[in-house]
Write a protein that binds this ligand. Structure first.
Ligand code: NAD
Ligand code: IPM
Ligand code: MN
Length: 365
């Protein structure tokens, strides 16, 4: 098969640590399944600001657009927090999503039995949870205009615009109905239509779209209630579809069902056959950066999502997921998922254990 070009953006904080072990896992996948990968690193986020004053330099953008997929670790950190908005790492990430038109962000939260004691929530609430948040990623208050901070009667006002067009809602709605169709055929649309006009439009569009998907059971929930239901009884959810901001918040909340933000992968997808971005849900974790403490599993599982969603390499994707599963079964834990009686390991060693299990799985086939 032809060489797959992967743009690799390590970013900031724990980024280089988790990306390094993820690449070694992908190299093993490459050897075993004979999939030639070409990894090309590029500057992104704070690292790019330090180097050239721009969180998403033109060169990085060019590389991403020419690649078959983009692997991203995470960006951001205290160091860049007081820069003007245009020069912040987060602005680079939004630029990346916008330039690749990645409107659909899939954030699965599937509870591993082995981690049920790592969550702060009760085991009986968590058992069997398997949901996915389909988060719209290129619209909403993240990108709406006008926005800014300006003077009104000599006092400052700050504003953003929460805005969705019906085309944007329909486009993400379609993805969500299709995702639900491959799962348990239940879709919950989360909005704030009791208050927001933009949400009223959202709901109307989703309802009319649902006529094309009579096999999917559609429900609606206000976002405040959804936040509560997610911890009260998360098993009620199969597929959740929501806007950019609500999806950001609910997916971090969902991470605690699994036990840690360090476990949640994501896939950001645009048009078919155009490069997606595969990145963990978490940020750069500056509080533990450079200490070999980070959990690399979210990043490794994001690479598994790339194999599946970008390249349709389902077998390779499953092999990586199974390796992660077995490492958890063997009791290896980074500190974020540590529980009594388990073996504490660092980021590197966690990566080595995944590699070892992957080799065992592959040699047994
Ligand atoms: P964060 O996700 O970086 O960290 C939140 C908490 O979770 C921290 O205590 C951290 O140590 C822990 N954590 C996160 N990932 C972990 C992992 N893999 N292993 C172990 N523990 C992990 O969120 P934050 O602290 O609010 O933000 C830090 C920076 O990251 C900010 O600059 C923010 O803008 C940025 N950020 C970037 C992304 C991204 O790159 N996609 C996502 C979220 C936040
Ligand atoms: C995420 C992050 C980003 C977002 C930030 C860093 C721009 O929180 O990927 O979830 O809000 O989308
Ligand atoms: Mn987030």
């Amino acid at each position: 098969s032809s060489t797959k070009r992967l743009a690799v953006l390590e970013g900031d904080g724990i980024g280089p640590e988790i990306m390094s072990v993820t690449l070694s896992v992908l190299e093993e996948v490459s050897r075993h399944f004979q999939i030639p990968f070409k990894f090309e690193k590029a500057l992104f986020g704070g690292a790019a600001i330090d180097e050239c004053g721009d969180p998403f330099p033109a060169q990085t953008q060019k590389l991403c657009l020419e690649s078959d997929a983009v692997l991203l670790a995470c960006i951001g950190g205290y160091k860049w927090d007081s820069l003007p908005r245009k020069q912040r790492p987060e602005t680079g990430l939004l630029g990346l999503r916008k330039s690749l038109q990645l409107f659909a962000n899939l954030r699965p939260a599937k509870v591993f039995d082995q981690l049920i004691d790592s969550s702060t929530l009760k085991p009986e609430v968590l058992k069997g949870v398997d949901l996915v948040v389909v988060r719209e990623l290129t619209g909403d208050v993240y990108f709406g205009e006008p926005k800014g901070i300006s003077l009104q009667n000599s006092k400052r006002i700050g504003y953003n615009n929460m805005i969705y067009s019906e085309d944007e809602v329909e486009r993400i709605g379609r993805v969500a109905f299709e995702v639900a169709r491959l799962r348990n055929r239940r879709l919950c649309s989360v909005d704030k239509s009791n208050v927001l006009d933009v949400s009223q439009l959202w709901r109307e569009v989703i309802v009319s779209l649902s006529k094309e998907y009579p096999d999917i059971e559609l429900s609606h929930m206000y976002v405040d209630n959804a936040a509560m239901q997610l911890v009260r009884n998360p098993r009620q959810f199969d597929t959740i579809v929501t806007g950019n901001l609500f999806g950001d918040i609910l997916s971090d909340e969902a991470s605690m069902l699994v036990g840690s933000l360090g476990m949640l992968p994501s896939a950001s997808l645009g048009k078919p056959n155009s490069p997606g971005v595969f990145e963990p849900v978490h940020g750069s974790a500056p509080d533990i950066a450079g200490q070999d403490k980070a959990n690399p599993l979210a990043c490794i599982l994001s690479a598994a999502m790339m194999l599946k969603y970008q390249f349709q390499l389902d077998e390779a994707s499953h092999a990586v997921e199974r390796a992660v599963y077995r490492v958890l079964e063997k009791g290896y834990r980074t500190s974020d998922i540590m529980s009594p009686g388990k073996t504490l390991v660092g980021c590197k060693e966690m990566g080595e254990q995944v590699l070892k299990q992957l080799q065992l799985i592959q040699s047994s086939e």
